[in-house]
Design a protein around this ligand. Structure first.
Ligand SMILES: *Cc1c(COP(=O)(O)O)cnc(C)c1O
Length: 362
């Protein structure tokens, strides 16, 4: 019924497309957090490993554990380790980002207890996003801690708050300058040199001159870069489809859906699809906000989206029960679909529910 098709050849395509924008020596860290942006973690991770990415990155420790259990051998960076996840990191040879004094100390203690030396770690600085990271003023504290041989600093990074912004916004520039200063401070003091990275997918398109030694790409590998002209260079890895469950002929004045959400202004043909907000098609897509593709026609979602179902107006479009409908990833991209519901590709992709069957096409 509902299927999320995952096209690994589109992942290959996006990888090559992004690679072409990078210097040959720049490493690509492939971000596969949130079940590879809602697709399917292991097939995506394995393909990326084959393609030759230098490492993978996830948000939380458990996601890294899943990758290791699935047989991934390359380094795995954990962006946002929480105190509860540190043991999982150690047990699975994951590489934590240490972003605060508390996390740094806690992880060092754990290394002490386990008598580990030269454990690979990453340091993140908060240059303006104000989410996680050491404030730049803490650089000397960080550098002092690194004399402790328990950890080995593999990389230093930061994250832009508006990497996709049209113009070189002042705030981006300030973040870049702050990162450049931090880089110099590290390079002057440290004997063994870490690598430096700042850019996510949009950053690769917008600020290629600041790719430093590596970039961290997630959404770009999945087919989006947050601007229509950049999206053109990429292909959506996933397509979401559903199939008509039932067709109703609703007379003029009849109502469709909960709360009598929609009233037929004329005799109407309504098709019901077995997909709802529990599957990631939120209520904000209902009431004519979003269209779906039925054969060659765009048809609107009418009324309120239910938990398990939604209704589309198929008046004038020849169709029958069992016919397939495409939500996004075919003629309409997830970014375009997302916009109609007032959201972004990231949210739509990662929100696709676990009831939706995944089919991987290699
Ligand atoms: C998720 C994430 C990325 C990937 O960003 P995209 O926009 O998906 O390329 C990069 N860096 C950090 C720290 C992240 O959390």
């Amino acid at each position: 019924m509902n299927t999320l098709h995952i096209y690994l050849n589109h992942l290959d395509y996006n990888y090559q497309s992004i690679r072409r924008r990078l210097n040959p020596e720049t490493a690509l860290i492939a971000v596969v957090k949130a079940a590879a942006y809602g697709s399917e973690t292991l097939p995506m991770a394995k393909r990326l490993e084959q393609l030759g990415v230098s490492s993978l990155a996830v948000a939380y420790a458990q996601e890294g554990e899943t990758l290791r259990k699935g047989g991934i051998k390359i380094p795995i960076l954990v962006f946002y380790p929480q105190p509860e996840g540190l043991e999982i990191i150690l047990a699975n040879e994951l590489e934590p980002c240490l972003y605060s004094e508390a996390i740094f100390k806690k992880f060092s203690q754990l290394l002490d207890q386990n008598n580990k030396m030269h454990y690979p770690v990453h340091i993140k600085y908060n240059t303006g996003l104000n989410r996680v990271g050491f404030p730049p003023e803490k650089v000397s504290w960080v550098l002092e801690q690194l004399e402790n041989q328990r950890v080995e600093l593999k990389s230093v990074y930061s994250h832009l708050a508006a990497a996709e912004a049209q113009n070189n916004t002042l705030l981006n520039q300030q973040q870049i300058e702050s990162f450049l200063r931090l880089r110099t401070q590290h390079l002057t003091i440290l004997k063994t040199q870490p690598i430096f990275h700042l850019l996510n997918s949009s950053g690769v398109f917008n600020y290629p001159e600041y790719q430093f030694d590596a970039v961290r790409c997630g959404i770009g590998l999945h087919g989006f870069a947050n601007r229509p002209e950049w999206d053109q260079e990429l292909k959506s890895v996933v397509e979401l489809t559903s199939k008509i469950s039932q067709i109703h002929h609703v007379k003029k004045g009849g109502f469709v859906g909960y709360d009598h959400g929609w009233e037929a202004a004329q005799d109407t043909v309504i098709a019901t699809l077995p997909i709802g907000h529990a599957d990631g098609i939120g209520r904000h897509f209902g009431n004519h906000k979003a269209n779906v593709l039925l054969h060659q026609s765009w048809v609107p979602i009418v009324g309120n989206i239910c938990m398990d179902m939604l209704m589309i107006d198929v008046t004038g479009v020849p169709c029958k029960e069992g016919d397939e409908v495409s939500f996004f990833g075919g003629k309409q991209s997830a970014a375009e679909f997302a916009q109609k519901g007032g959201t972004i590709s990231y949210e739509v992709l990662t929100g696709i529910g676990s009831r939706v069957k995944r089919i991987v096409h290699s």
